[in-house]
Design a protein around this ligand. Sequence first.
Ligand SMILES: N[C@@H](CCC(=O)N[C@@H](CS)C(=O)NCC(=O)O)C(=O)O
Length: 221
Amino acid sequence: MARLFHVPLSPFCRKVRLSLAEKKIEVELVEERYWEADPDFLRRNPAAKVPVLRLDGIMMSESAPICEFIEETRPEPSLLPSDPVARLEVRRLVSWFDDKFHHEVTSNLLYERVNKKITGQGYPDSKNVKAGAKAIKYHLDYMTWLLDNRRWLAGDHMTLADFAAAAHFSSLDYISDVDWNRSAAVKDWYAKIKSRPAFRSILADQVSGFPPPLHYNDLDF
Ligand SMILES: N[C@@H](CCC(=O)N[C@@H](CS)C(=O)NCC(=O)O)C(=O)O
């Protein structure tokens, strides 16, 4: 069976979990306290980051190549379109969320509020939290614009871009940091993706000391 070394609220781990679940690949989840730098973990991934996935007897790290490997070895159901221009758009948006959104929003909100406490790095810096709360508005507006023109973020089919975005949004929703009232289009998109069977394990996550809000696993919000 596949084995994923992860932390529950990591958006990169969640993106991999969603890809695996959508393709019905059973996986054993192993929580990895990466900040403790366990030697076995460093051997698995010298970069000391999660996710790390063992699949087909191969130990792999970095969520983007992991998701591409899963896609190449298990093409159905497809999360990447066959047309190169459409693929380009999916990859652009995966980078948008895992690079830009991660840097401007997830790091400033989730890492300040949760990761700092769990890893013993002190209290949230209110300047960063404020910056994250401001930045997410811009991203919600950009997603609204995309969704006014498309059924899913990268086009008319659900792709890895939706999973990348939903991974970040679900982690932020766990700490009530998404204002769903700002955009009906984004709220509808999230309700649609949240109700997929692939999302079940993510909605069941519980992080000690951080109980999720009631709406977190409510499929109708
Ligand atoms: N580019 C990596 C990023 C992974 C990442 O930053 N994971 C975080 C948890 S959300 C981590 O392990 N951080 C530990 C560190 O940076 O030392 C990927 O896509 O897998």
